[in-house]
Design a protein. Structure first.
Length: 148
């Protein structure tokens, strides 16, 4: 029971650290469900430690444990009752794989929400480097053909 609680708490911590990358807000239902389960697992973890170490505190601790469960369930119910914030499409560069899959799906006739939005055509460093390398290679190939 302790190991499962530790894993759940670690997963909640990972979700909190990667919320920005996943484009989740604290009002999102996925975060609320993870928070509720994280509170329950933290409550179970603390309860298993307290009961195993201090057995005379078992009866009073049950009130604290049950109140922790009620807090976790109220957090779950609150997140389920509140409306989710509107999801915004991600802005991706033109050469992104997700954007290409979006284009393929729309070319095949699939309609629906757009997963990625094309980023305005700006100069990207690696794209510029690739263009320079291609120019140098084409010039060197033309030069070697004229010498032969």
């Amino acid at each position: 029971m302790r190991s499962v609680s530790i894993v759940e708490i670690c997963l909640l911590g990972f979700l909190c650290l990667s919320m920005n990358a996943l484009r989740l807000s604290p009002r999102h239902m996925a975060f609320g469900i993870a928070l509720g389960f994280g509170l329950m697992s933290a409550n179970d973890f603390v309860q298993s430690i307290v009961v195993s170490m201090w057995t005379p505190l078992n009866a009073p601790w049950q009130f604290v444990y049950e109140s922790g469960i009620l807090v976790a369930l109220s957090a779950l119910a609150t997140y389920c009752a509140l409306p989710e914030p509107a999801s915004q499409p991600m802005v991706m560069p033109v050469n992104s794989t997700i954007y290409r899959w979006n284009e393929i799906a729309s070319a095949l006739g699939h309609t629906g929400t757009q997963v990625a939005v094309q980023q305005p055509a700006g100069s990207f460093f690696l794209t510029d480097v690739e263009k320079v390398v291609e120019k140098v290679l084409s010039r060197s190939l033309k030069g070697s053909e004229s010498n032969s």
